[in-house]
Design a protein around this ligand. Structure first.
Ligand SMILES: Nc1ncnc2c1ncn2[C@@H]1O[C@H](COP(=O)(O)OP(=O)(O)OP(=O)(O)O)[C@@H](O)[C@H]1O
Ligand SMILES: [Mg+2]
Length: 233
């Protein structure tokens, strides 16, 4: 396995409050890995620290062998890390297509373009001139994924893709993940929907109160160990 992302003793703070404690995670090129954990476990904080939204010592986040902890978010996008944030975060005053084009500012080369994003999500092509708020939740999620893909990331960080969406919509979105990983993109999935996340990934990490509580493959793992790691019982 060629290592793509590695965190080493990664801690994160909001002011005086410590949200992450010495997280060590290794993610290989081409893998799809889930991060699960109860509310407040630190999953979003972890993604934000990797994406440069929180301070971190440089060596705490290694990407393709380069120390990137604490680098500016736009520089991290340029290196090939993109985030689909919790709650989609589309620019409400912009059209769908304008939102997608915002993702291409990093000017990275790669397989993804407007045309390819519209092939992946044909509905978005039909809706491309509409303002983002006129889309359904599922369509907004597709636009948020599309925007992240427009930067041609090597690593795609997905925060709660399924949140607030109907099961049939969630299934559609997860089916599209296959097309994304087929391009060689590595994916980190943070999910409330544990079964969905485990189905889509080969390995998982479980966080508990800011600490790494369990790392295991998604096949034949110990359910009791997961329950203990998840709930702290
Ligand atoms: N902006 C912030 N300021 C202060 N504390 C924060 C902030 N964001 C998160 N926290 C705290 O940091 C801890 C980790 O939060 P985080 O959002 O990373 O958890 P999470 O695992 O993503 O939870 P959820 O499943 O609810 O999304 C929580 O105790 C939370 O209250
Ligand atoms: Mg979260």
């Amino acid at each position: 396995m060629t290592l793509l992302l590695r965190t080493q003793n990664l801690s994160a703070f909001y002011g005086d409050f410590q949200a992450l404690f010495g997280i060590d995670v290794e993610i290989g090129q081409g893998e799809t890995v889930a991060i699960i954990g109860a509310n407040g476990a630190g999953k979003t904080t972890f993604l934000r620290a990797v994406a440069g939204a929180l301070a971190a010592p440089p060596e705490a986040v290694m990407f393709e062998g380069r120390a990137i902890g604490g680098m500016a978010p736009h520089d991290i996008v340029r290196l090939g890390i993109a985030m689909v944030p919790e709650g989609r975060r589309l620019f409400q005053s912009l059209s769908v297509e304008e939102n997608l084009l915002l993702g291409s500012h990093s000017e990275r080369n790669g397989p993804w373009s407007l045309r390819r994003v519209y092939e992946l999500f044909p509905r978005l092509r039909e809706l491309r001139r509409l303002p983002a708020p006129s889309l359904s939740g599922g369509q907004q999620q597709m636009a948020a994924i599309g925007r992240a893909l427009m930067s041609n990331p090597r690593l795609l960080l997905c925060d709660e893709l399924s949140l607030g969406l109907a099961p049939v919509v969630i299934r559609d979105i997860y089916q599209c993940l296959g097309a994304i990983t087929a391009e060689g993109t590595t994916v980190v999935l943070v999910e409330q929907d544990i079964n969905r996340a485990l189905d889509a990934s080969a390995r998982f990490y479980c966080f508990q109160e800011g600490r790494l509580a369990l790392a295991a493959p998604t096949k034949n793992f110990d359910r009791a160990a997961l329950t203990a790691a998840y709930f702290g019982m």
